[in-house]
Write a protein that binds this ligand. Structure first.
Ligand SMILES: Cc1cc2nc3c(=O)[nH]c(=O)nc-3n(C[C@H](O)[C@H](O)[C@H](O)COP(=O)(O)O)c2cc1C
Length: 452
């Protein structure tokens, strides 16, 4: 296996030579015009094919409403010109939060979310040079086994995992959530989708990735009996019915889902894994799931892989790991190739369903070339940027105006934002936005005002 290396490429030739030496065919296009072609989602026109991925900030007010830093982040992103803004993980119940200051949408916090949408839309309108009205999707979540109350773990688990239970110190006799508990959580997703529409979002994402509740349900083969465990039909029931019910109850809203289609947890406890070798994906079940979601009227999917607390490099290839965690024995380009292959395979299986691809921030100034080639090959419709959108929220505007990204502004994949998230937030870029975000230091009002 090719070992880990940091991003050190003087130019395109060096980058492409490295990919070739690793035996990878990373697609690459000099012409990046396709990124600025308009595209349609559920009858709405996006002014370009660039998206900011959901990036949790852990900067909400005590009642879950967006805080000042939340507003700042989305106003900057809206001014930055991407066609789609995918808002971060927002809990549908208090018990479903994974951080004290995670966003939480409820009747109490609704006005704060209305303000967030208004401020985001007006920042987009003010942004010069790009004719766009970005699609605003809010990610709805229940954190499942990663839930916390007042900073203390309060897991909600649907099956026992020999890999994840020890990682989170969950005892083997810990009580599983009952079907009735899950039914109530499903109701909370539907109520939150109604509130999101009331707040002015164009759509909602029913989060089914990264090991959180719905993602865990997809892998609940060993869950005993009942509605939600065992056969694929039961494991996919929660997500499929949630989408179906939201389509009925809030028909005007766009329904999307961010899916972890491969979690690298050994069978029978993982999802999208090869039965004999969890290092390899098996996309049969993810494809069957997406087929069901299409039948229920889903308009958009966003593909991710992995569970960050288990193998963070799978979903977010990095240069430096979070301190105290290990460096993978895998070149980041090998990880990017896997992400491109998997989302490409799903886009090709569902050519008329827009797929948002993941895994581009590590590529820095070369991401637009790779992204354009991926879209041209029909292997994703929209390209999402996570860490890059914190480092350089103007990436879409910069590309539209200058045709290239300034390497001095890009994300360095240093895991600084992940460190901030682990320590409870607030989360942002410690390199490119260091006036506001610093490791080990609370953000002072003064530094925040300066950076504004
Ligand atoms: C600090 C941080 C917060 C994140 N928050 C979310 C989130 O709220 N929801 C989600 O689906 N993914 C979240 N992710 C994953 C990103 O959306 C994205 O998939 C990942 O960073 C890989 O994309 P990139 O290479 O462009 O950064 C987060 C990642 C990081 C590092």
């Amino acid at each position: 296996m090719a070992g880990h290396e940091r991003f050190r490429f003087k130019n395109q030739t060096a980058f492409l030579d490295k990919a070739r030496s690793l035996g990878l065919e990373i697609p690459f296009s000099q012409d990046i015009g396709i990124l600025f072609e308009k595209t349609q989602i559920a009858g709405r026109t996006l002014s370009n094919r660039l998206a900011s991925h959901p990036m949790e900030g852990a900067d909400a007010e005590a009642d879950g409403a967006p805080g000042e830093l939340t507003l700042r982040k989305y106003q900057r992103l809206a001014g930055g010109g991407s066609g789609l803004i995918w808002f971060e993980a927002t809990a549908v119940t208090e018990a479903g939060k994974s951080k004290e200051r995670q966003l939480w949408l409820s009747k109490r916090s609704l006005d704060g979310f209305k303000r967030l949408v208004e401020k985001t839309r007006s920042a987009a309108r003010r942004s010069a040079g790009l004719d766009h009205d970005p699609l605003l999707i809010l990610q709805l979540t229940h954190s499942g086994r990663f839930s916390r109350r007042s900073g203390v773990r309060a897991p909600v688990i649907v099956h026992h995992s020999p890999i994840l239970d020890p990682l989170l110190k969950i005892p083997s006799d810990f009580r599983l959530a009952r079907d009735e508990d899950l039914d109530a959580i499903q109701e909370a997703f539907i109520s939150a989708a109604k509130l999101a529409a009331e707040a002015g979002f164009d759509g909602v994402d029913i989060k089914a990735c990264h090991g959180y509740l719905i993602s865990e349900l997809l892998a609940a083969r060993t869950r005993p009996g009942g509605k939600y465990g065992g056969p694929f039909e039961n494991r996919s029931r929660f997500l499929v019915e949630t989408v179906q019910n939201i389509r009925i109850v809030v028909p005007e809203t766009v329904v999307a889902s961010r899916l972890s289609v491969y979690d690298a947890i050994p069978y029978p406890h993982g999802f999208g894994v090869n039965k004999n070798d969890c290092q390899k994906e098996d996309l049969d079940e993810p494809k069957a799931l997406i087929q069901k979601l299409v039948e229920m009227g889903i308009s958009l999917i966003n593909i991710s892989i992995g569970i960050p607390s288990h193998k963070p490099h799978l979903g977010r290839p990095f240069d430096k790991p979070v301190p105290g965690t290990s460096i993978p024995d895998e070149h980041p380009l090998v990880g990017i190739d896997r992400l491109l292959r998997i989302s490409g395979s799903l886009q090709q299986a569902f050519p008329s369903l827009p797929v948002v691809g993941t895994g581009y921030s590590w590529l820095r100034q070369f991401f637009p070339n790779v992204a354009s080639a991926v879209i041209k090959a029909g292997k994703s419709s929209i390209i999402g940027l996570g860490r890059e959108s914190l480092a350089n929220p103007d990436f879409a505007r910069e590309l539209a105006e200058k045709g290239a990204l300034d390497p001095k502004k890009t994300c360095l994949a240093c895991s600084g934002c992940s460190r901030l998230l682990r320590s409870g937030g607030p989360v942002g870029c410690i390199v490119r936005d260091k006036g506001v975000y610093r490791i080990g230091k609370a953000v002072s009002d003064e530094s925040f005002d300066k950076a504004r």
